[in-house]
Design a protein around this ligand. Structure first.
Ligand code: SF4
Ligand code: SF3
Length: 540
């Protein structure tokens, strides 16, 4: 196996024996087949589109399949086999249409066997290898990996947005064109660089769509205090990013004597009016994904994981955990069609909490509409010198020890600075009491990684108010990354021309020295150092 798509790649290079995330070689091989299938399907879809047709089923499948190959999403060989077989059927369907149209199909390598057995597919994955291994030039291969991993992030966002009725043909058009380009051996470095930046542009659009999708369905988040303790009674914990799943679960648990708690990236859900109206949607439990083995083991109810990041369930809670949507683990019951009956039945069979417990509160709900609603107050505070600087400290969490940097950095920020945060990296400091500046909280939770659009909107609006560019604002971005949604967000920030981003805890293994040089020279991208050094550099 060869996988280098996340921040925890073995030895900072790649996982080649087994995934640090728990991905077995056979799962890696199946994901490789699936990516090759999606790449070949993209060649046909791109040709078909150029001939005037776009196939909705192909578009949806593309997002679903790419999402399944992301970090900590789908570890289930049978489900991956199902996706591969569907992809092959779609290739067959498009092949006939595109050949008839006389389209240019150079590079299409579709020689797949329909309904192949698992051992044959695993062997095929081992033979095919990583989808970018045809590129001989190390910098081109690096850029191809940036594109493929960025596209996985785009696909994840597109999948969420489409489930809530928002989609845009230009997103599918880009994904198919860029993946089809993997088969074009003549594409040069600059053309791959263009595809990298275009990925950032397309990701901005898909994040906008997702923002529209979430706020149309559930209202704009408002500042909301979320209990970290619990109430006596039966309980369900919901993790992942899918707000629609949460809404359906809340509908189906209403009146059943079950409290629903959020875990990980679901925390910001408490800020949405259409979600917080449910009285049994009580509070938040636990921290980020890498702590789930300990936290899930201690939760006295059923657990539903809707998207990344799932880890290998421990025997102590294996009977209590369920998956839905793109996420899967072999042997874990996967619920479909928004029917959470099995999860509810399990919650009713488990003891739940014996008594009430108060563990304090955290504030969420500072998405773009809430923050821009007090823009005048913020601008005034900046003009008076009460707010010296904004720091966007956001991104993924993970298990590397160097991630304490983010906790220490936030703890050390001076009292005249405001920290905006988003995604699961916030669990390093989400319950710190940083106080406020004239009523404006110093720690503002913008939302999930899925809400990076909100942070961009806030930055753009502040730049307009101060009549300057985003790079001229008293704003610094200190990002933490782990998986591929973070890659796509970083590409969006680069596409927007945002400079001097600090990235950690380590730089991506898939960035070659040559590509890194371009990123450093053009965008001033830099690795994090120490909290003291970086704060001194930022604040002068
Ligand atoms: Fe390794 Fe990350 Fe790939 Fe898992 S997703 S196999 S940890 S590089
Ligand atoms: Fe976290 Fe997986 Fe990236 Fe959504 S839950 S930010 S890592």
């Amino acid at each position: 196996m060869f996988c280098n798509q996340c921040e925890e790649s073995s030895k900072g290079l790649a996982c080649t024996v087994a995934g640090v995330c728990g991905k077995k070689p056979r799962v890696a091989a199946l994901q490789d087949v699936l990516l090759h299938v999606v790449k070949d399907l993209s060649i046909y879809a791109d040709a078909a589109r150029k001939a005037g047709t776009s196939d909705a089923e192909v578009n949806y499948f593309t997002d679903e399949a790419l999402f399944a190959t992301g970090t900590n999403v789908n570890f289930d060989p049978q489900r991956l086999q199902g996706l591969i077989n569907r992809g092959i059927q779609l290739i067959d369907r498009l092949q006939a249409q595109t050949i008839q149209s006389g389209a240019n199909l150079a590079g299409a390598t579709a020689t797949y066997q329909s309904n192949a057995e698992l051992p044959d597919l695993i062997q095929l994955g081992e033979d095919l290898g990583h989808v970018t291994n045809g590129a001989a030039d190390v910098d081109i291969r690096s850029l191809q990996q940036v594109v493929v991993y960025g596209i996985k992030g785009v696909a994840a966002y597109a999948h969420h947005a489409r489930l809530l009725g928002q989609e845009d043909e230009q997103i599918y058009e880009y994904i198919h064109r860029a993946l089809a380009a993997l088969a074009d051996k003549d594409l040069e470095l600059n053309e791959w660089l263009d595809l990298v930046l275009e990925c950032g542009k397309v990701n901005l659009r898909v994040m906008e769509l997702l923002d529209t999708a979430n706020t149309t369905a559930f209202g704009h988040p408002t500042p909301t205090s979320v209990p970290l303790g619990h109430r006596a009674g039966r309980c369900i914990l919901i993790s992942g990013h899918d707000l629609q799943d949460l809404f359906r679960l809340l509908e189906q648990t209403e009146g059943k004597g079950i409290y629903v708690y959020t875990h990980g990236e679901m925390l910001p859900a408490h800020g949405y009016p259409e979600l917080k109206k449910f009285k049994h949607f009580y509070g938040h439990y636990g921290t980020a994904w890498q702590n789930q083995k300990k936290e899930f083991a201690q939760f006295p109810g059923a657990i539903l994981v809707t998207t990344n990041c799932i880890q290998q369930p421990q025997s102590s809670y294996a009977d209590n955990i369920f998956t839905t949507g793109p996420v899967a683990w072999p042997g874990v019951e996967h619920v479909t069609n928004d029917d959470f009956g099995p999860v509810i039945a399990r919650a009713l069979a488990l003891p739940g909490y014996e008594s009430d417990k108060d563990r304090g509160q955290v504030m969420v709900g500072f998405a773009h509409q809430a923050v821009l609603g007090v823009a005048d107050q913020i601008i005034e505070a900046v003009k008076k010198g009460d707010i010296r600087h904004f720091l966007l400290v956001g991104g993924c969490d993970g298990s590397r020890s160097g991630r304490n940097y983010y906790t220490e950095l936030v703890e050390k920020t001076p009292a005249d600075t405001v920290v905006l945060t988003l995604a699961c990296g916030k669990f390093r400091f989400f319950d710190k009491q940083l106080g406020d500046i004239g009523g404006i909280p110093r720690l503002l939770d913008v939302g999930q990684c899925n809400d990076a659009y909100s942070a961009i909107q806030i930055a753009v609006a502040l730049a307009q108010a101060f009549q300057c560019g985003v790079n001229d604002l008293p704003l610094s971005m200190i990002l933490s990354w782990y998986e591929q949604k973070a890659v796509s967000i970083l590409l969006t920030l680069l596409y927007l021309g945002i400079k001097d981003i600090r990235l950690g805890p380590t730089l991506p293994a898939f960035i070659s020295p040559g590509v890194l040089e371009v990123l450093v020279k053009t965008y001033g991208l830099k690795p994090i150092t120490t909290p003291e050094q970086d704060l001194a550099d930022i604040l002068g």
